[in-house]
Design a binder for this molecule. Sequence first.
Ligand SMILES: [Zn+2]
Length: 289
Amino acid sequence: MRMLSFLVTAVSAQVAFAQPPLDLPKASIVPGGVFITRLADEGNEPPEVTFDGKRVMVLRSDDRWLAVVGIPLSTKLGPASVLVKDGSATGVPVSFNVVDKQYPTQSLKVAPGKVDLSPEDEKRTADESARIRAALATYSPTAPSTLRLLQPVPGVRSSSYGSRRIFNNEPRNPHTAMDIASPTGTPVKAAADGKVIETGDFFLPGNTVIVDHGEGLVTMYCHLSKIDVKVGDELKRGEVLGKVGATGRVTGPHLHWAVALNQTFVDPALFLAMPARHGKPIPRRNKPT
Ligand SMILES: [Zn+2]
């Protein structure tokens, strides 16, 4: 029966693969997290999987296909499902349960003009957001060779992904990236092999570079003092794409590093190896935005 071949089992990455054939992100079924599921389909062609109508990464692992799904920070808690295309009109749903994660609130002081925008700046940010969304919608067919990413700059990683943001006492969108404290001029490295698909001097993110790594994995680097690449450049993991800066809406120099899967920004920490500080907690230090 056709349905049976698409029966899937939701598994955590660690449990499913005693010896992982792929370097997967850490699974975390929370808003802003990553859901990894093994598909029962053993065919040679990757099944097409969507979440909220957006194409999901599907990777080969031994004799099976894996779907690696980004969960939007705005996802409601409770049941959710991806759809596996099987030739039917609707596809076969694969359900999972999104559980709660408490994210902190941050209060920040920035230049007033970066919070209460003039009509011209409103228009500019809307246009720039559309460009960024278009870049995130890139789905190139070649899968990344690894989903373990390189931290683009050394420095203290903040745990500010998901935090609610209060700018000058006014609530704004939550933070959907990792901020890494680093001095202006520090080289920023590509987190994985990829192709530059957008660059710009944007009002809120400042100087920005967006890199496509394949199958919907896209990384974004913001507030740069200098951009060293142009659209179309092919980058190797670790290749310098720009320098740390304080352009856009910031309180000081840092890298705002965002990681997207299926057009949604997820927690970059899930894609990094755990910090090598045995037994010592990483100090919490947040640098917006
Ligand atoms: Zn940030």
